[in-house]
Ligand binder design. Sequence first.
Ligand code: ATP
Length: 516
Amino acid sequence: MAQEDVFKKIVAHCKEYGFVFPSSDIYDGLGAVYDYGQNGVELKNNIKQYWWQSMVLLHDNIVGIDSAIFMHPTIWKASGHVDAFNDPLIDNRDSKKRYRADVLIEDQIAKYEEKADKEVAKGRKRFKEAFDEAQFRATNPRVLDYMAKRDALHERFAAALEANDLEELRQIIIDEEIVCPISGTRNWTDVRQFNLMFATEMGSTADGASKIYLRPETAQGIFVNYLNVQKTGRMKLPFGIAQIGKAFRNEIVARQFIFRMREFEQMEMQFFVKPGTELQWFETWKKTRMAWHQALGFGQENYRFHDHEKLAHYANAAADIEFKMPFGFKEVEGVHSRTNFDLSQHAKFSGRKIEYFDPETNESYTPYVIETSIGVDRMFLSVMCHSYEEQTLEGGETRVVLHLPAALAPTKLAVLPLVKKDGLPEKAREIVNDLKFHFNTQYDEKDSIGKRYRRQDAVGTPYCVTVDHDTLTDDCVTLRDRDTMEQQRVRIDSLRALLEDKVSLTSLLRRGAQIG
Ligand code: ATP
């Protein structure tokens, strides 16, 4: 099946099974805004818990906060967002569709890579066992041609971004003969800058309302609380402040479902370090964050680092962690070395001294910052994309199964009475009422047992137990594994011990700590 079709199926599945709904659905939706349903909110909360615990629980020098979405408007002046939080946009005159110029060019770069990869795949097919990929890449004229084009474009693009040269960005689009995917034409407007912040007013106009912004990132809430946390928590460098919360960006092109939303959620951690040690910490955090992703078991080959083409005005090093989505490798998380830019700017604009007194050297200085910033929704999407599978079983029957990591699954265990009589429902409820205190356990008695298994597979429930007539005398149930569909007879009083470790976050956190 084409990857595009797979993606469409995942989007439809998210709606059908109560994971993600379009916002304001009965009013035909609102562009790039989504609601999480009964299963979606559980999965999302579990992702947030996995992140929060890996930061705050496992590091005794990281604490959390929850700052307000509305903040003093000067904060966004100081941070550079009012003047520079822009995306370069371009319109196609025929389709009247708007695009991000940088994204059009990035897609073109990816196309050259894909073409080279296709040649490699052809070579592998032709030469079979004797195929030497490194040699093929170094010598095949077609591959060399595509990679040379890619590198030249990459260089030109990076230079244009660095110089903030909008005309050059347009010229690249023209020279590369990039067409609008809708109209198929090259009838492009000029490239213009567009500020992504939403603004609103606080206070009534009579007493002088002031313009305030909906925060486009949670990070600034951490920077402006640096002094509060450092002093009240008596924190010593290096230390981190973590936060999970909503962010808002008026994205020009909102496509690809929850990948790019106008209202979304971020999990950010700012790690304050001694100046001069930041690049070492940057490497440490890249490694730690990659380990957190890889502990989920989605396969190392599905992740890669991508160094930024252009560093933001505040950064001296930056890398994205990309995940292979059905529409290519895409950014899920950014790790940024933000220097002392933010704290210095807030010191300047607020007039406060924002420094750290180092008891070891008896000096005061402005700490440097390493940021790890991940979108909850993009993480959710990557989990969904990797977990979704349409399986053909022996005998030709099919099932849709979500292979969610058990610790993230909305429901850990479904308890199913074989029939709705003979005391089986009561026995099943007894099991639920005991286990629900330990993990998310659901009772389900509607439809045939086969249909109930399929329903639980489709929402990613890792385990089901069936209560049958024998249960009433032997106190045993049939435990079914979602992925292998294997069944085993187990004692009811052993269920908790059997499952708790598998479905809790503990083993996931432990695995992440081991890899890192
Ligand atoms: P992009 O280049 O895709 O616009 P970005 O580099 O602007 O992303 P950051 O500002 O580094 O993103 O934000 C950190 C993280 O927040 C991203 O890695 C992503 O997971 C998430 N994120 C950013 N913008 C959005 C959005 N519009 N919708 C959903 N998640 C987002």
